[in-house]
Design a protein around this ligand. Structure first.
Ligand SMILES: C[S@@+](CC[C@H](N)C(=O)[O-])C[C@H]1O[C@@H](n2cnc3c(N)ncnc32)[C@H](O)[C@@H]1O
Length: 188
């Protein structure tokens, strides 16, 4: 899966994502995660949401694309960015919150389960997660990228053993109800 890993594809994604941000999602997260909390962002990409999150939170950005990471580090030399795979989240750091916007749909069902387990391990007690997904059923390969869509009931099945559901709702990204926002609080 080389998309997001090459200069050309990252340039293309940045252009395509212009004018899009997770501002509305972040407003919802703010209702549950207090200001000044530590927050890990998975799949920071161009850094649009990282910038918005950084006004309220102590944000660590991350991505598994070195191409995105190099650009972020050059633009924000004082900030912390980690090279992390969203499945394994291989870090010893602990956080009060974890955020991702349109990232976890690149994981297959098994990888998503593994990621959720890791998220519970790296969250402080009562930690909050906030993730967006493409809404739908099944998976496809788009531009060489694996894309796994989910319905609300499936997400609840995955997250509920570990997270109290604080909010789950559809919202429009490009089309009506094409996306789902999930916010949960760690149970144990
Ligand atoms: C659709 S983009 C979203 C980027 C950003 N969150 C945004 O809203 O613009 C997906 C991002 O997830 C990253 N990504 C894809 N698979 C990943 C994985 N397994 N682990 C970590 N990051 C991943 C890509 O490099 C890319 O930055």
């Amino acid at each position: 899966m080389d998309y997001y890993k090459t200069k050309e594809s990252v340039d293309e994604y940045i252009k395509m994502a212009e004018g899009h941000s997770g501002a509305a999602l972040i407003e919802k997260l703010k209702k549950f995660l207090p200001k000044k909390s530590s927050l890990l962002e998975l799949g920071t990409g161009p850094g649009t949401d990282w910038k918005l999150l950084s006004t309220d939170y102590l944000v660590t950005g991350s991505d598994n694309s070195v191409e995105f990471l190099n650009r972020l580090i050059e633009r924000e030399p004082d900030a912390e960015f980690l090279e992390l795979n969203a499945t394994t989240i291989d870090t010893n750091k602990k956080f009060d919150g974890i955020y991702s916007n349109k990232v976890l749909h690149h994981l297959n069902d098994q990888e998503l389960e593994h990621s959720i387990g890791r998220q519970t391990e790296i969250l402080n007690p009562g930690g909050v997660i906030c993730h967006s997904f493409w809404k739908g059923e099944g998976s496809e390969v788009f531009k060489g990228l694996f894309v796994n869509s989910h319905m609300e009931k499936d997400l609840i099945t995955y997250f509920e053993p570990f997270f109290e559901v604080l909010l789950i709702e559809s919202y429009p990204e490009f089309d009506a109800d094409d996306s789902i926002l999930f916010i949960g609080r760690k149970k144990h």
